[in-house]
Design a protein around this ligand. Structure first.
Ligand SMILES: [Zn+2]
Length: 349
């Protein structure tokens, strides 16, 4: 056995789970290790998995999890989704047909060392979701990101330094595999904030209005009508807080720098953050607050299973919405103005 493969011995339960699911794809997915993070003599791979069309311009949804190590439930939600897809892709003709014209991309464990260490940050103590050069504009709180010390949570890393390997790997994947598509979305799954499931679009840095806000509102309207009893609070991240260094803000800026003033029906990149409201789980089982993971992770088995399946409708809706964008993207001037006004009243008053 080579030294590298000795180093590579399986260590992390979530990576074991993921590799087990990958082994069931029977060559129907494209799997790549896009980065390896070394830590204390071990090597932790970061996987990217892709299903569907190999045409880079075809619409794509990227599902990202485990950016914050303590919120590993996000990785587990994605792995559970991959389990379903592994079966669907073998028998469901309509699902297979969809993938002829679209792609689904998965980066389930962005911060494996954070999961290994049971902490939010990576090995360097950097909060990856505060690690980009994007600067917050609104009224900031302490958790908005800082450069005081990597011993404190929400540490951004040093100014002017390169971004962390994990953050760079995520940005590279988005740049190379999402940006070329005519329509791309990302959903980055977190937990730990509040008692509701929140679904956020940019920006996280402040109350600035997202350029394609009419289409976002139009999509939300379509979701509300398609699933009138859904439980999500949909809003810009800045409705809850303003932060420095958000990776998705940084990528949105990069997208619009490459395509200034582009119309949504010509090309669109829309990153979402799903914040699963873990206080619901705490309320049902207050004692789990005594467990370090408990704040971010459902500990009771039936509750855990419920979380694994809770967001499948949303995930599937996102895939269909990039595949069939016309109803929410091809809106006329009057509709566009109407949605913009609605958005301003609802989110930016
Ligand atoms: Zn998080």
């Amino acid at each position: 056995m080579s030294m590298k493969s000795l180093l590579r011995r399986k260590t992390l339960r979530e990576i074991d789970l993921l590799e087990k699911v990958i082994s069931t794809f029977d060559g129907l997915a494209r799997v790549e290790i896009v980065e390896e993070i070394e830590f204390e003599g071990r090597v932790f791979p970061i996987h990217v998995i892709e299903f569907g069309s190999e045409n880079p311009e075809h619409p794509v949804v990227g599902y990202f999890g485990g950016v914050h190590g303590l919120e590993k439930i996000g990785s587990e939600v994605i792995i559970a989704y991959l389990e379903s897809i592994s079966t669907l892709i073998k028998w469901d003709e309509s699902f297979k047909k969809r993938l002829k014209h679209s792609r689904m991309l998965f980066m389930p464990i962005v911060n494996p060392v954070g999961i290994w260490l049971r902490r939010r940050s990576n090995a360097q103590g950097v909060d990856l979701m505060r690690n980009s050069p994007s600067e917050g504009q609104g009224k900031k709180t302490f958790y908005s990101g800082h450069r005081l010390s990597n011993k404190l949570p929400w540490y951004r890393g040093e100014a002017g330094e390169q971004m962390e390997l994990e953050a760079k790997a995520l940005c590279k994947v988005v740049r190379e595999r999402l940006f070329p598509a005519k329509m791309s979305m990302a959903v980055d799954i977190h937990s730990g904030f509040g008692a509701k499931d929140r679904f956020w679009f940019p920006y996280a840095r402040g109350q600035e209005i997202f350029p394609h806000i009419s289409e976002v509102m139009s999509l939300v309207d379509l979701f509300n009508k398609s699933y009138p009893h859904h439980f999500y609070t949909i809003e810009p991240t800045s409705s809850q807080y303003c932060i420095d260094g958000d990776l998705w803000d940084y990528l949105v800026d990069e997208f619009f720098a490459i395509h200034p003033n582009i119309k949504a029906n010509e090309k669109m990149f829309l990153p979402w953050t799903l914040e699963m409201g873990s206080w619901i789980w705490l309320k049902k089982n207050p004692l789990q607050i005594l467990n370090k993971l408990g704040f971010y992770h459902p500990l009771i088995p039936h509750r855990y299973q419920r979380i694994l399946r809770r967001h499948l409708t949303l995930f599937d809706f996102l895939h269909r919405s990039v595949l069939f964008p016309s109803p929410w993207v091809d809106i006329n001037n009057t509709e566009s103005k109407k949605f913009q006004l609605l958005a301003k009243e609802k989110w930016y008053a």
